[in-house]
Each structure stands twice: as structure tokens, then as C-alpha cells.
Design a protein around this ligand. Sequence first.
Ligand code: CP
Length: 323
Amino acid sequence: MSPTFAQLDAGGRLRHLLTLEGLPRGLLESLLERATALAARPGHGPARGEALEGSTLVNLFAEPSTRTRASFEVAAVRLGGDVLNFDNTLSSRVKGETLLDTVHTLLAMQADFFVIRDGEAGVHERVAREVDRQAAVVSAGEAHLSHPTQGLLDAMTIREQKGDFGQLTIAIVGDIARSRVARSAHQALRTLGAREIRIVAPRAMMPEAAEFAGARRLDSLDDGIAGADVVMMLRIQHERAGSAGPVDLADYHREFGLTAARLARAAPKAIVMHPGPMNRGVEIDSDVADGPQSVIRRQVANGVATRMAVLEHLAAARRARAG
Ligand code: CP
């Protein structure tokens, strides 16, 4: 996102959510509080609301997704909104229509929220500038750069499971250089005051020195997770061009796969996270992914509540600005 583009309005509310970079701690905390209040509890029905009644959310995904796209749809429906899952491959984009013409076509049908995933950096801001007064844009993933609602749901899950960020050592492990999940998690956790953030990656997957300010860098999994309270595993981003080159998956598993034996090096009650999709037997073994320390399915559940909290906030901000 360019430094001149403001995500916040004059009242400090979000106009759009494109990145967690630069958002105030109080705003992140209020979104986490609301998401926690909305989260479905065992034995209770899912939270519902009316914040999106009369509104239409368009899922505009140019890259594959299971969790993010489905959870935005569930979140919008639970808030009383209508959802259009736009299929690029069956749309007039394949006949040459530009993205902005597509967005204006959907705006003419009264779209209020555009949830966008795109592999090209800058697309989200371009759309946000175009629709600024008429609709809100939420990033569902931008290239390798950001995935803000994933960062929020990860932070929510860590707070729910482990409490005060100031007491926690959090290891983010894997293909960090090409991971938007790692960037957004780092931005959220740094703002929220995590005691220690470690990025743990083979050298070929380590990001540039200027990125991940304040984080410790380790290129050994055993050292990287030693004593950690939270171990967040990431998959290899084979689909993104970058420096890692072809990877021998058996070698990778031997050096960077999270096994039960390796997990024993983390703190005794450490939680294991993964944003999904997982590649079992590569970055994580099934007995860890499905084991008692795993909170991977809880992350998915919290994704719905987090996206409800974000949509509620954006809807309230739009109403406030409209007077
Ligand atoms: N975590 C995540 O973004 O998953 P999807 O690609 O399935 O949406």
C-alpha cells in the first residue's frame, strides 16, 4: 500500500482494510474484542447480527481459496447481508473487460463491500481509490505482501489460547520470504506487543533484512521453536515466483517439518498453528496437525468471527460517515 493512501477516516475508523501495517493498537484490540464476543461457543448457536442488512458483499478472488472466501460468505450472511461469489473464469474478464470496469459494473448493482484476493500488488488500493465513497474494500490476500484478516484471526486465536501477548514467544516457521500470512501476523503481533517474534526459515526462504523489523531470525527449526509458546507453521508457496527455487520435499521435511519429537522442544503447553492449506508430511506431520496442541481448526472457526467483526466495523463506519 502506498504511504499516501489512508485506510482510516477522520474518526479513526477503517474506510477499507488493505493491510495491518500502521493500524493503531487500540483499533486492533477492539476488533479482537468484538471477534471474541462473536465467536461461536460449543453448545451455543452461531452469533448473528443485522449490520449488513440491505448490503451486498462481492467476493472477487483471482487466486484460489477455501477458508477465506467461504468464511467471508458465512460472515456476511450471519450479519444479514447478500453475497455474490464472482467467478473470474466465467466472467467477461476473459473477454478483455478490465478489473475496474468489472468493479464499476458490480457497483452499478449496488455492491457495498469488495473482498479481493489478487496475486498482483497494488490492485486492492487501486480498487479502493476508485470506489472510496461508494464501497469498502477488504483484502483477502495481496501477492506475498499482506493478508490482514488472517493476521487478525491468528492474533485472536493466540490471545484466546495463550493470553497476554507481552508474555509470549511466537515462532513463525517456513517460506517466510513469500508469505503474506507471515507479514500480516508479524505486523499484528508486533503492534499488540508480543514479547518475542522469531522468523524461522531455510536461508533461501528468509526475507530481505529490511523486513520483519524487530524479529529474531533463525535458520534452524530446532533452535527456532525451542521454548516457544506458539509455533506457526507455513506451507511452501510453490505458486509464487521467488528466490527459493525448486525444493526437494523430503529434504524440506527432514530439516523443517514439524514432527511430534521436534514439537517437544517448544514450551510444554505450546500451541501449533497453521493458516491452511496444509501439506501434511511436508511442513507438518499429521499427528501434530491433528494432535492435542493443534489449534488449526480453531483458527478456521475464529476466521468467521474475525471477518464478522471487520465487516461490522466497516458497516458502522460507513453509516457514521453518511451521517
Ligand atoms: N488461510 C488461507 O488464506 O486459506 P485459503 O487460501 O484457503 O483462503
